[in-house]
Design a protein around this ligand. Sequence first.
Ligand code: SF4
Ligand code: SF4
Length: 226
Amino acid sequence: MNLNSKLAAMDQIYDIYNHFISGQELVCKKGCAHCCSNNVTLTTIEGHKIINQLMSETDTDWKGKIRQATHQAHFRPQITTNQLAHMCARGIEPPEEKQPERLPCPFLSQDQCPLYRVRPFGCRCLVSRHDCGRHGYADINDFTLSVNTVMLQTLEHLDADGCSGNLLDVLKVMSRKDNRQAYQQGKLNCASSGLIANQPLKVLMIPPQHRTRMEPILQSLCDIRF
Ligand code: SF4
Ligand code: SF4
């Protein structure tokens, strides 16, 4: 699949999620940013979209922000969501993922996200039914967590010849022209770039009690045209 088709399909996945989430009772609002940390993960197709926006902006300091932030401890996933699904389906114990202390996302500016329009799914799916600032944690219902997992699996499948990783690491890789060219040709070497290789979706992680309710969402994902 060429890059433009991938980007178009990704926007449709985001639209399906926006439609789902608009029906939820959430307290998330502009200027609420306790969830904006340096531990967000994403795929290279999402990183490509963000880099395009950053390169079109007058703020030229974004490379410096990424460079500085990657020197601080941040979450580096060892496996992707589809790898986790394969392991669970085969009864294999997944590796323990270490979460370093959360630091604010380096892009956050006065509690606003300058990347809001192109933010990755890892940011879009951070939602809550109560004020995280007051309670110290987000309150997400189980079905929304299942939808989030399905969306993550679908995005990874869409970008199956790409990579995943921490927002900062993916943007650092995708900020290089040679890496973007390699990515567009399906030749980006994830391991040597410090990222993990995406996998096609083989098994969906949907608990039995959510399967019927998930059907319309799965149908919308199957109907995506690009
Ligand atoms: S997830 Fe929590 S911190 Fe983030 S916008 Fe929603 S309420 Fe605010
Ligand atoms: S990219 Fe934007 S939405 Fe995502 S964590 Fe950073 S500031 Fe928050």
